[in-house]
Design a protein around this ligand. Structure first.
Ligand SMILES: C[S@@+](CC[C@H](N)C(=O)[O-])C[C@H]1O[C@@H](n2cnc3c(N)ncnc32)[C@H](O)[C@@H]1O
Length: 330
């Protein structure tokens, strides 16, 4: 399968047909324009380098994808010499892990652990049209497709992650209804009302206006649709929220960290029903760490060396909540 058309613009075999079936032609056209615009040169100064790395990967032939014992694998036929180096050219790899042929891409995050925490507690994805907002390189989209989603659309403005997705997409081959497109939630038209399940994982705390983020997510859902929200939280009651003075765990762009009870209230205030906290977990340095595939600092560098229950800035260490809610009636 070719990952890009002759003009260097990515192709997403199988995606547009399924998207058109949602009955949102204007949205699909704007997505296609955005793909052309971003991959046509607007996206990022390093894009030509990443596209060159992708071209090098074209010589390797994948034979689909599978999830075996919770491992996401892209089996491969033929010679795999040089594959590892060509994949490293798309570093840093943050979300995963992936097995591309014999190469194990040991990413910064064990994203499979997040998936395990929520997968059995959400409505089964078989036959559902799914949107993953802030999907990174699309690791979880593959897991959603493996669960039988009829469409797995991810959006993420980071072009490197889009290119990592295109690498996996090349190895998977075929006519699959999956894509990671280069746009942010703010580019999605309001009130599309066409997805059965929308995920927003690791995004809310990056938004300056969390209520508006929840409203935008609400607008993506068809009546009776389900939202799965995962975000950083702090301990406390229904009126507790942390707004860092500056950085939080060395991240510059962190805004609101509510308590999980406040998050429930916020979701109820924007009209979600059946709001439930599915999971609360402290992020460990086993789940997020530097590896050969992500050599920059990671969680252990962001925690107080004397007291790992605090960040280097003295805030509570990262704790994440997963919530489920529905909107409207089918
Ligand atoms: C912490 S990562 C989470 C990735 C993945 N959802 C996960 O849970 O592993 C946050 C992602 O949100 C993306 N992002 C940042 N701003 C965004 C926006 N305005 N709309 C959608 N995604 C955004 C980032 O590029 C990044 O990949």
């Amino acid at each position: 399968m070719s990952m890009t058309k002759q003009d260097g613009i990515p192709d997403y075999p199988g995606l547009w047909r399924k998207l058109n079936a949602l009955g949102q032609e204007d949205f699909v056209q704007s997505l296609q324009q955005q793909v052309r615009h971003q991959y046509g040169g607007a996206g990022h100064g390093d894009l030509p380098r990443w596209l060159t790395a992708l071209e090098a990967l074209r010589e390797f032939t994948g034979t689909g994808f599978e999830v075996v014992d919770g491992e996401l694998r892209f089996p491969m036929a033929g010679n795999q010499d040089g594959l590892r180096e060509d994949l490293l050219a798309l570093s840093p790899w943050r979300k995963g892990p992936f097995y591309f042929g014999d190469t194990f891409v040991d990413t910064e995050w064990r994203s499979d652990w997040k998936w395990e925490r929520l997968q059995k507690q959400i409505s089964p994805l078989a036959g559902r049209a799914v949107l993953d907002v802030g999907c990174g390189n699309g690791y979880h989209l593959w897991r959603m497709l493996a669960e039988g989603a009829r469409l797995a659309l991810g959006i993420d403005p980071a072009m490197l992650f889009g290119c990592q997705f295109l690498a996996a997409r090349h190895f998977a081959g075929g006519d699959l209804p999956i894509g990671v497109l280069p746009l942010g939630i703010e580019d999605v038209p309001a009130n599309l009302q066409c997805f059965d399940t929308t995920f927003s994982m690791g995004v809310l705390y990056h938004r300056r206006s969390p209520i508006e983020h929840l409203e935008a997510l609400r607008g993506t859902l068809c009546p009776g649709g389900e939202l799965i929200l995962e975000t950083l939280v702090v301990d406390g009651d229904e009126q507790t929220v942390l707004l860092p003075h500056g950085r939080y765990a060395q991240m510059r762009n962190v805004w609101f960290l509510p308590s999980s009870d406040l998050l429930v209230l916020m979701m109820q205030r924007v009209g979600f029903e059946n709001v439930e906290v599915l999971d609360l977990s402290i992020t460990t340095t086993e789940e997020q760490r530097s590896t050969e595939w992500m050599t920059f600092n990671s969680l252990s560098d962001f925690l107080d060396t004397e007291d790992c229950s605090k960040t280097v800035e003295g805030y509570p260490a990262p704790k994440r909540a997963v919530l489920r809610a529905t909107y409207g009636r089918a």
